[in-house]
Design a protein around this ligand. Structure first.
Ligand SMILES: Cc1ncc(COP(=O)(O)O)c(C=O)c1O
Ligand SMILES: N[C@@H](CCCC[NH3+])C(=O)O
Length: 438
């Protein structure tokens, strides 16, 4: 069992995070509860932001909001000097509301609406990551209307299949994202962009997928992108100065997963770009990294209260908790694996294997298939590790379950950064047509 970030077990055998006793946190704030370890978020931001130092490559790190975004997190990211990748007007609005510096915002998405593009232009965001020809034309038109210029990166699908779950691969040619390299569409769109008055071409972007452990995929992506920079210079006479290599570094959810070193990642990227730049006589581009999971995943832990324990003799023990696929869809969606401990019995030896399930009306609502735990009883608290990324941000109200609260812990202090939803929230947007009045 791997403990993450500031986790410790105290003398009572309770799990501590950020100097707070998780058993106390469960009592004070209720469960399910997502705990974010602030020091660990900051440490990971710092690590990413400084990892290219000494490689001779200029680098910038922007956090992929889709992994988890709240206004408090925006403030932390701002202080840590990161930028922000947003994929919707909604994520942009959260950043705007938190006073995040707009010039550090990158706007992604394969189907941005005219309203979202206008919102982003008015906000004065740093970069649009243009995904397709329609968007390019629309962006130029709307920028013209506002009398501004849009700074643009082009999202390219480099034709690389990263070794990860097929639902989270994005770099292959047959993808809804980005401009194809092999079929010439990327070059064609950039050619058109170079003639559009309101488009300022800053660079290229690619993102080959998520939860990737094999760093060689990033080497290949770097090579393909540098070759493409060379072609652009040859055909259009444009020098590409910014290269966004996306996110996607994998994290160890369980002891079986390897731990990827972002130092190794930075060395591979720097080595690849330097070699290619030398070979092709190209300027070294600035590298932009876009991690989501790496920054927030291990910094998050979800607390649940154990409820019904159902033993089917000779087959299995189901241990039900008070959350499930509504606060963490990943096991159901990607067959994702997690580790957990009973936080009030952390010193007790495991004596049996159980299947941890949620409370939704779905047989697929499983959180952990085989968890070894000590003797437990209803009311014990289960802490599931590494749940910061793509959990709260993918949460739903399925089965009328209110979304869970999020608490930020640091140095023995715990503060709510997202309050728990109430039943009132569940009906707050409902309207009853007058004809249905009683
Ligand atoms: C364009 C883009 N950038 C960055 C990310 C962040 O990926 P990860 O959380 O795996 O680092 C994603 C998600 O896969 C993405 O689609
Ligand atoms: N939501 C996914 C990753 C997809 C990232 C977005 N491109 C996950 O939980 O692993």
């Amino acid at each position: 069992m791997r403990l993450h970030g500031t986790m410790q077990i105290n003398e009572n055998g309770h799990l501590m995070i950020g100097g707070c006793d998780t058993v106390e946190l469960a009592r004070e704030f209720g469960t399910p509860l997502l705990i974010i370890d602030e020091a660990e978020v900051r440490r990971r931001c710092f690590e990413y932001r400084t990892v290219f130092r000494g490689t001779g490559i200029e680098a910038e790190t922007i956090y992929a909001s889709k992994a988890f975004l709240t206004m408090a997190l925006c403030r932390i990211l701002k202080e840590e000097g990161l930028g922000l990748d947003v994929v919707s007007g909604g994520e942009l609005f959260i950043a705007q509301s938190a006073g995040f510096p707009m010039d550090r915002v990158y706007f992604h998405g394969n189907n941005k609406t005219p309203e979202e593009i206008k919102q982003a232009l008015e906000a004065g965001i740093g970069r649009f990551v243009v995904d397709n020809m329609q968007e390019l034309q629309l962006l130029n038109y709307l920028a013209e209307e506002q009398g501004v210029t849009a700074n643009v990166l082009f999202r390219v699908t480099p034709g690389i299949e990263a070794h990860t779950h097929e639902y989270i691969q994005t770099g292959q040619s047959d993808s809804k994202f980005g401009l194809g390299l092999a079929n010439g569409i990327a070059m064609e769109v950039i050619r058109i962009a170079s003639r559009l008055p309101r488009i300022n071409i800053c660079g290229l972007h690619c993102h080959i997928g998520s939860q990737i452990f094999n760093l060689e995929s990033f080497r290949k992506a770097g090579e393909v992108m540098m070759d493409f920079c060379n072609e652009i210079r040859r055909e259009l006479g444009i020098e590409i100065r910014e290269l966004n290599l996306g996110g996607g570094i994998g994290i160890p959810y369980t002891e079986k997963d390897p731990e990827v070193s972002i130092r190794d990642y930075a060395l591979i990227v720097a080595d690849t770009l330097k070699k290619k730049a030398f070979q092709l006589n190209l300027p070294l581009p600035k590298v932009i990294n876009e991690p989501g999971r790496y920054i927030i995943g291990p910094a998050g832990t979800t607390l649940y209260t154990i409820g019904v324990i159902k033993e089917i003799p000779g087959i299995r023990t189901y241990l039900s908790v008070d959350g499930g696929m509504t606060d963490n869809i990943r096991p159901a969606l990607y067959n994702a694996r997690y580790e957990a401990i009973v936080t009030n019995k952390a010193f007790k030896d495991p004596i049996k294997t159980v299947t941890v399930v949620g409370r939704c009306c779905e047989s697929g609502d499983m959180l952990i298939h085989d968890l070894k735990i000590p003797e437990v009883e209803p009311g014990d608290i289960l802490a599931v590790f590494c749940t910061g990324a793509y959990t709260y941000s993918m949460a739903s109200n399925y089965n009328g379950l209110p979304r869970i609260a999020v608490v930020l812990v640091n140095d023995g202090e715990a503060e709510v950064i997202v309050r728990r939803e109430t039943y009132r929230d569940l009906i707050s947007r409902d309207q009853i047509p007058a004809r249905l009045n009683l």
